[in-house]
Design a protein around this ligand. Structure first.
Ligand code: ADP
Ligand code: MG
Length: 255
């Protein structure tokens, strides 16, 4: 058969590319009922995130950012809509499989670090590996590698209370990295840090992105959000606009 470039249409290529989006949310809705009031935390949210992208999700307090993070991170299920993770619809996974997928694919970073105070930095980073079949030696190698990536090897024996906020967030990032996840999902990672320390954490995210990590960063801080390749703005549970880095640089969003 003769090779015919037109045999694969633009539309088909687009569809193929779409299928390989790491994350695809289609019309996701999540409603909460509080004392008889209905809160539409997410109202038909449709977004795509490709492998290797650095995306920020920005919105004011109460706009639905954390709810969206919980969806993307498979920590919660939607009332309506579809979620595809690596091309597979989330509803096709059993609960056990979903937990496995989540642990394998996603590294979480939270605003308040979520470290265990009685454990050292090294032990905190080791936690996600304890569920894996792995020798102690192998675990130690991975933990040291992750601590090295966040430049904290010399503090490995310190407990969270003996570390600064920025250092604690570094430990949390190392813990997210240690399983070599496909994506890092960070909810307000600089929210509890002073601006200088926050900038250092952002540099770390840039480094990780340059190494090929997919980063989804949730923030209410415009300066932080502007550092991503793409900025998704949400308000009242709806996507307001999606701005690419070039447009951010050109200041097009204000036009
Ligand atoms: P953000 O992270 O942007 O501040 P959230 O996703 O936490 O926003 O919240 C979005 C909306 O959903 C808010 O109005 C909030 O009050 C409501 N909400 C979030 N979680 C719950 C919950 N567990 N129960 C009831 N309402 C909730
Ligand atoms: Mg939040």
């Amino acid at each position: 058969m003769e090779t015919d470039k037109a045999a694969v249409s633009r539309e088909e290529v687009r569809k193929l590319e779409e299928d390989f989006k790491m994350i695809r949310l289609d019309n996701i809705c999540k409603t909460y009922e509080v004392g008889g009031d209905i809160v539409k935390a997410l109202d038909h949210v449709s977004i795509h995130i490709k492998e290797g992208e650095f995306v920020s999700i920005i919105g004011p307090s109460g706009s639905g950012k954390s709810t969206l993070m919980n969806m993307i991170g498979c920590l919660d299920v939607a009332d309506e809509g579809s979620y595809y993770l690596d091309g597979i619809a989330i509803e096709e996974y059993s609960e056990d499989n979903l937990a496995m997928v989540r642990n394998a694919k996603i590294g979480f970073v939270f605003q308040n670090f979520n470290l265990l105070n009685r454990l050292s930095a090294q032990e905190n980073v080791e936690l996600p590996l304890l569920y894996k079949k792995m020798t102690k030696k192998e675990r130690e190698r991975l933990v040291m590698e992750a601590l090295n990536q966040v430049k904290l090897t010399e503090r490995k024996g310190h407990k969270p209370m003996e570390l600064s906020g920025g250092q604690q967030q570094r430990v949390a990032i190392a813990r997210a990295l240690v399983t070599n996840p496909a994506m890092i999902l960070a909810d307000e990672p600089t929210g509890n840090l002073d601006s200088g320390t926050g900038e250092k954490i952002m540099s770390l995210f840039h480094e990780l992105h340059a190494k090929g990590n997919t980063i989804v960063l949730i923030t209410h801080d415009e300066k932080v959000a502007d550092q991503a390749e793409r900025k998704i703005r949400i308000l009242d549970g709806r996507v307001q606009e999606i701005i690419s880095r070039q447009d951010i640089k050109d200041g097009k969003e204000n036009q």
